[in-house]
Design a protein around this ligand. Structure first.
Ligand code: PLP
Length: 247
């Protein structure tokens, strides 16, 4: 299991490097984030002991369960799952430094209230639904700018960029369209120069589409399967539950 993870990591790092070279980009401009849903803390620790530092969970419950085993291996925790507001206190407790999946004002407001009480701030990305699939979370592309204008008023939240999950499709051009759209929204926001908004990060690209994402300007790619192997649960289990909590 140890060697398998290390081999997989090496081949992902190669893919990133080759994609950067092909796209004329400096490989240092693309960060690898390990998406660790369903992966045991012991397996995650192997990656952390072999040079990886950035990991992310989709569920607060998993963050909690793995916290103790991982706390001695230096790393940074992002959060990439649908976040229910009643779980915010755990996000703070278990040392998440960036929530990539903020997609609604109600969540941002509750986060802000809690952060104010604790005298803290939080990096966030705005998740955008670029594929138009009903089943995916994220702000509608047409509503993203107004959402960002509102969230920018909340001074505990540091907006660092955008996140998206590309369309699941073997047709590269359809997937590329999602990433282009995210980049396009990023450029529009940069040109608006909204106070308290930094738009440096584009979190897009996963095991199957990271090359396309890098071509289109990703600064963070999120990889699970290609490092840790196939998961037992379908991803809909992580992406599609509690839709009623969206409002
Ligand atoms: C699971 C997950 C990933 C990684 O997906 P793989 O296809 O396993 O690489 C990336 N982003 C999010 C939001 C995820 O939930």
């Amino acid at each position: 299991m140890h060697d398998e993870i290390i081999n997989n990591l090496n081949s992902i790092l190669n893919r990133i490097e080759n994609a950067c070279i092909a796209a004329n980009r400096d490989p240092d401009t693309v960060k690898l984030l390990l998406a660790t849903k369903t992966v045991s803390a012991e397996r995650i620790r192997i990656a952390l002991q072999n040079g990886q530092t950035l990991i992310a969970e989709n569920k607060v419950q998993e963050l909690k369960e793995k916290f103790d085993v991982l706390k001695d291996s230096k790393h940074t925790n992002h959060f990439i799952g649908h976040l229910q507001s009643n779980k915010i206190k755990d996000i703070l407790k278990y040392e998440v430094t960036c929530i990539q999946s903020v997609d609604r004002i109600s969540l941002a407001e509750k986060l802000h209230q809690k952060l104010q009480l604790e005298n803290k701030s939080m990096d966030i990305f705005i998740q955008v639904n670029t594929s138009g699939e009903e089943s995916k979370f994220g702000a509608h592309p047409d509503e993203t700018i107004s959402l960002i204008r509102e969230i920018a008023q909340l001074n505990t939240l540091k907006i660092k960029g955008l996140m998206t999950i590309g369309l699941f499709s073997a047709e590269t051009e359809k997937v590329r369209h999602c990433f282009r759209l995210l980049k396009d929204i990023q450029q529009q926001i940069i040109s608006l120069d909204i106070p308290n908004v930094e738009m440096t990060e584009l979190s897009m690209g996963m095991s199957n589409d990271l090359e396309t994402a890098i071509e289109e300007g990703a600064t963070i790619i999120r990889v699970g399967t290609a490092v840790f192997g196939q998961r037992m649960y379908p991803d809909s289990y992580y992406w599609n539950e509690n839709k009623e909590d969206k409002k």
